[in-house]
Design a protein. Structure first.
Ligand SMILES: Nc1ncnc2c1ncn2[C@@H]1O[C@H](COP(=O)(O)OP(=O)(O)OP(=O)(O)O)[C@@H](O)[C@H]1O
Length: 296
């Protein structure tokens, strides 16, 4: 998709969004509340029409029957009939699509609901409802799964289970596009991630590169005058921060760290402590969304 825009009244929910998802990738859509994640996923399914831009899903226009056949989706709370059992709810969906009842049993097994499949949907916990929603999305073994906040309502055990399921789907060649504001979750299962903020893409890259390879380099080294001079001249570092006498903080490419330490020693500095901390996705997320706030 490219140049995607969507407004609701005066509110710009998406603005010039471009992204491309390759088959077999697990792709995370990340962003704070109201960033436009759900709107983006709804557009892919043909549930919302964009005001501008071009979108192709599995080679077709969004909402095209040929594409929908190969897409499974869970968008917001799944709608099932409360008085019917989980199994019967799925059978209704499966039969409407010409799928055999054995397919229902297969997906119930995948989401660990086989034991409770005969119970009324109305009596299901939030987590069970969510599992049934995922099972419905997997009916017919679609090539592309679009899951909007799939861990909503799941307990910690359910979150771990969902993470594993998404991973398994990815490693079996399915393409999974899922949104989350649980950053750790995205970090652990995604190949690539797009970070949205206020309707625009603030980053779109591989998980490793989003995190940026840079480390926060904490140094305890003296004397200050020598350390300051060496850090300012070192390649691959950010602006050094002099935290207190003898203590420095800078950003550095991890490959440059040995060279920085060598340069300090060669310049006659005493190096007492070197600590390089990798940035988590959480750091990257806040850095990206904060930068955006500052710009606007
Ligand atoms: N049908 C609609 N009518 C009016 N405004 C809408 C509609 N759908 C979304 N919006 C607005 O568009 C913006 C983006 O919403 P969207 O649901 O896509 O964000 P999100 O990133 O999924 O957020 P959340 O994490 O809170 O679900 C929000 O400000 C929202 O209020």
């Amino acid at each position: 998709m490219s140049g995607l825009g969507k407004s609701f009244g005066g509110l710009r929910a998406l603005d010039g969004v471009a992204l491309s998802v390759s088959p077999g990738q697990v792709y995370g859509v990340l962003g704070p509340n109201g960033a436009g994640k759900t709107t983006l996923l709804r557009i892919l399914l043909g549930l919302v029409r964009p005001d501008s831009g071009t979108v192709r899903v599995l080679g077709h226009a969004p909402g095209d029957r040929r594409a929908l056949r190969d897409i499974g989706a869970l968008i917001e709370a799944p709608a099932f009939v409360p008085g019917l059992s989980g199994r019967v709810n799925l059978r209704v969906l499966a039969r409407a699509r010409g799928l055999p009842d054995s397919e229902v049993d297969r997906v119930l097994g995948l989401v660990d609901l086989a034991d409770r499949a005969g119970d009324r949907f109305g009596g299901y916990s939030l987590g069970m409802r969510q599992r049934l929603g995922v099972a419905a999305a997997m009916l017919g073994d679609p090539r592309l799964l679009i899951l909007d906040e799939p861990t909503n309502g799941l307990d910690p055990e359910g979150v771990v289970w969902m993470r594993q399921l998404v991973r398994d789907l990815g490693s079996s060649g399915r393409t999974v596009l899922f949104s989350s504001h649980m950053l750790g979750e995205v970090e652990q299962v995604c190949d690539r991630v797009v970070v949205l903020n206020r309707g625009t893409v603030v980053a779109e890259d591989s998980m490793d590169r989003i995190r940026t390879p840079d480390v926060s380099l904490h140094l305890h080294a003296t004397p200050d005058e020598t350390v300051g001079r060496v850090l300012a001249a070192a390649a691959g570092t950010g602006e050094p921060v002099h935290e207190e006498p003898g203590r420095w903080l800078t950003r550095a490419d991890p490959d440059e760290v040995p060279g920085i330490v060598r340069a300090l020693v060669e310049a006659g500095a005493d190096v007492h402590e070197v600590r390089a901390e990798r940035q988590s996705l959480e750091d990257a997320f806040f850095r990206l969304t904060e930068t955006q706030e500052e710009r606007s």
